[in-house]
Design a protein around this ligand. Structure first.
Ligand code: PRT
Ligand code: ZN
Length: 283
């Protein structure tokens, strides 16, 4: 049995649980309970505040954890990074008031910067040889400039709309972040084996998300042309249609590449194009 710490309630909770379900792991999460055990995989979940996850994993209370890189780097605990998970994407950025004459990072010299990420900010300022005052606050960082608490902030940004509605503009990116799977150092061999099985499933799910299964009808004379345009994984499957002179062409393609070539496919004679999600891609 392996124990995975997941954020109890917050931006990473739903995606973390959805990933486990997509990995074919079944469990029942009762409201208010701190633990849940899977019925068909040797794993149990521990629901915690995200800030506590690095420490719980570092000291072995949990074997694994899912947490944002921002929290991980800030806490600086000794854990193994296993796998980036692709959700919870955001960046830690420095912002100043919209009317500021800010030109470059040197302008931060002497400023008071409010943040919940003092450690990361301190390292960033050091790397850029900036002497500024770090004012640590735990929440609502974005209102600090408007109440005269600081001239700049260093906070998480995703769409940028929070900054905008608080009269701020983003001027520097301090780090990019997404959710990662972490592990306690020195897992026992049997837990390492469970982790490997879990990783294999996670990779299959993530790979499947990037690809689509596509089908299209193609006149036989255009099969070669269409096949050349398609960014296929290997080689397309071609089946005859009941209608004389036509075939159905099936293939697996990366979704982003598929959208890039769709108009060429239609020009080449492909019709009735279907795009179907793939549940898992194993090897
Ligand atoms: O209760 P607990 O301590 O567990 O949760 P929390 O409130 O500390 O964290 P939570 O749930 O807000 O975020 C968890 C993780 O999600 C963060 O550590 C990041 O790794 C990631 N993440 C992704 C974000 C965002 N996007 C995000 N937009 N975390 C916070 N925000 C906030 C940001 O602080 C700001 O207030 O959203 C606002 C900005 O969003 P935009 O879209 O307006 O730019
Ligand atoms: Zn938190």
């Amino acid at each position: 049995m392996i124990r995975l710490a997941i954020q109890k309630s917050g931006r990473l909770s739903d995606d973390s649980l959805a990933l486990m379900r997509e990995c074919g792991i079944s469990f029942h999460q009762s409201a208010g309970k701190l633990k849940a055990e899977a019925s068909n995989f040797p794993i149990e979940f521990l629901f915690l505040r995200d800030d506590d996850i690095p420490q719980y994993v570092a000291n072995g209370t949990a074997d694994l954890g899912i947490v944002g890189e921002n929290v991980l780097v800030e806490n600086n605990e000794t854990v193994d990074w296993v796998e980036k998970l692709g959700f919870g994407k955001c960046r830690l950025a420095i912002a100043v008031t919209r009317d500021s004459a800010y030109e470059n990072v040197g302008d931060l010299n002497g400023m008071k910067i409010a943040t919940s990420y003092p450690q990361i900010l301190r390292n960033y300022l050091k790397r850029h040889n900036i002497k500024a005052h770090i004012h640590e606050i735990s929440g609502s960082v974005e209102i600090a400039p408007s109440i005269g608490l600081a001239q700049a902030i260093c906070d998480i940004v995703s769409s940028g709309s929070t900054l905008m509605s608080n009269g701020l503009k983003e001027v520097e990116t301090v780090m990019q972040s997404e959710s990662v799977l972490i592990a306690t150092p020195n897992l026992t061999q049997s837990k390492k084996n469970i982790l490997e099985q879990l990783r294999f499933r996670i990779q299959s799910v993530r790979k499947a998300q990037e690809y689509k299964y596509i089908l299209m009808n193609v006149p036989n004379h255009a099969i070669e042309r269409v096949s050349k345009i398609l960014p296929v994984l290997k080689s397309p499957t071609i089946l005859p249609l009941a209608l004389e002179g036509w075939s159905s062409l099936h293939s697996v393609v990366r979704e982003d590449e598929f959208w890039r070539v769709i108009s060429q496919l239609k020009e080449a004679g492909a019709e009735g194009i279907l795009v179907i999600p793939i549940e898992r891609m194993v090897a």
